[in-house]
Design a protein around this ligand. Structure first.
Ligand SMILES: Cc1ncc(COP(=O)(O)O)c(C=O)c1O
Length: 455
């Protein structure tokens, strides 16, 4: 294990009165895990910056708003104490925040079934919170099914959403209870031969962000032939699915995809005298990283409007990943080395793009980074004195490059980030680090430990 990594594989729950060990041994992600009891319930659960609504007049800059939320949160969960006990780097996973996001989804899309995209955060604590909420899961790999099974999730309620899977994986998923799979080509259809009760969703491709050829999905104009082929070989087609792309910040792609898919459904139901059962809207709901994105309420309103003409017999489901878990984890990293290069000062951290920053910059995900020292002194209002303090403080900030711990020139987290002067040993904190962080890390480094705050 590389130096600087917390090494425990012990799950401990600290209630507000006394610590107690609840479980030992490595987890699915072999993370050091510590459950930390919440001393008191969060009164303002919907206030963390993923869902905050603030008056626009006199608004502080976005980074400042996030800093205030984070400062308040860090003191509430005693982030300093957690780092003292568990070291750095550390992902602090707050399962209450998972539940908060699910509540918001259920509120905004009340008639839409939720299948959490397990790959966004395949962590037992997140899975248990989602299961306890009553949502289901979509899976794309054998490991994900293993994890869900260990967490006691009812596998038969899950969807298998990967349209390109080996026969072994399909059979394994089938034997463990999955009955709904996704196909996007004739070659996949043959893999379901001999598996009774299977139904498939046909994955449609709606190219996004200038993509010439999306990795997955059949073009809507080619879908009728694929549906006809399924029916010809006796494979039941439950309906359709699509994915508009992760971190989609406008409702338009969903609106277009829903409209086109509903037209296809009407046409094929009439042509084949059948009834489809399901329309799966995929993932893609965005969260606020370095800038605010449209709120869930705004996006959901447009989605609901488009769905208003869907046939009543269609069950509508959604497969959110990022939206559900990104706000639930906060990353703490430490400066391990500093150098002055021709382009300015570089700080090397104990976490980088081969760890929790693995999906950095892809899909519009640019997490903010704060020096821990910024989370202490904090003007809470926007009076003239506070604005002056903020300006004074900002003048002390210097642009630096943040790099990860590996000897890899690509291991650069951010360039020209304005931060207060940092020394080796200083801590940095990033919110919104729950989705595609530890889950997608690699390169031989030990996985980033989590600390879990149970709901
Ligand atoms: C088919 C499918 N559904 C859902 C998701 C989850 O997407 P997001 O995390 O953007 O909500 C993905 C992500 O890759 C996906 O491929």
């Amino acid at each position: 294990m590389p130096p600087g990594r917390a090494s425990a594989t012990l799950v401990v729950m600290l209630s507000s009165d006394s610590p107690r060990i609840t479980r030992t041994g490595p987890t699915q992600m072999h993370l050091a895990e510590v459950l930390v009891g919440r001393p008191r319930r969060i009164a303002s659960r919907l206030r963390h910056h993923g869902t905050a609504s603030m008056p626009t007049a006199d608004r502080a800059p976005y980074r400042e708003l996030v800093r205030r939320d984070l400062a308040e949160y860090a003191s509430r969960i005693d982030l300093d104490g957690l780092v003292r006990r568990h070291g750095s780097p550390l992902l602090v996973l707050d399962t209450d925040r998972v539940t908060t996001q699910l509540l918001a989804l259920r509120h905004e899309l009340p008639d839409v079934g939720i299948h959490f995209a397990t790959g966004a955060l395949p962590h037992p604590a997140a899975i248990s919170a989602i299961d306890a909420f009553g949502a289901s899961f979509s899976v794309a790999s054998r490991c994900e099914i293993d994890l869900l099974e260990r967490a006691g999730v009812s596998i038969s309620r899950c969807l298998h959403n990967h349209p390109m899977t080996s026969i072994a994986d399909i059979t394994g998923a089938y034997l463990r209870g999955i009955r709904t799979f996704v196909v996007d080509s004739e070659s996949e259809v043959a893999k379901f031969r001999g598996l009774p009760e299977v139904a498939v969703l046909v994955r449609l491709a709606f190219p996004t962000r200038g993509e010439r050829s999306p990795s997955f999905g059949v073009r809507p104009e080619d879908a009728p032939a694929l549906v006809a082929h399924c029916l010809h070989v006796g494979l039941r087609v439950a309906g359709f699915t699509f994915d508009v792309g992760s971190q989609t910040v406008s409702a338009a792609p969903w609106q277009r995809a829903i409209r086109r898919t509903l037209a296809l459904i009407r046409d094929l139901e009439e042509r084949h005298a059948i009834r489809f059962e399901m329309l799966d809207l995929g993932g893609g709901l965005p969260v606020d990283y370095d800038e605010p994105v449209p709120t869930l309420a705004e996006l959901a309103r447009s989605i609901r409007e488009e769905l208003a003409v869907a046939p009543r017999h269609l069950q509508i489901v959604i497969e959110p990943g990022r939206f559900v878990v990104a706000p639930a984890a906060t990353l703490v990293t430490r400066v391990v080395g500093t150098a002055d290069r021709p382009d300015g000062r570089w700080h090397y951290l104990d976490e980088g793009v081969h760890g929790a920053f693995s999906s950095l910059g892809t899909e519009g995900a640019h997490p903010l980074v704060f020096a821990a020292s910024e989370l202490t002194a904090q003007p809470a209002t926007d009076g003239p004195a506070d604005r002056a303090t903020r300006r004074r403080r900002a003048r002390g900030h210097v642009p630096v490059t943040l790099a990860g711990p590996t000897c890899d020139s690509a291991d650069v987290i951010a360039r020209r980030v304005a931060l207060p002067p940092l020394d080796d040993g200083d801590l940095l904190v990033s919110p919104m680090m729950g989705a595609y962080t530890a889950a997608t890390s690699c390169n031989g480094l030990a996985p980033t430990p989590f600390v879990v705050i149970p709901g």
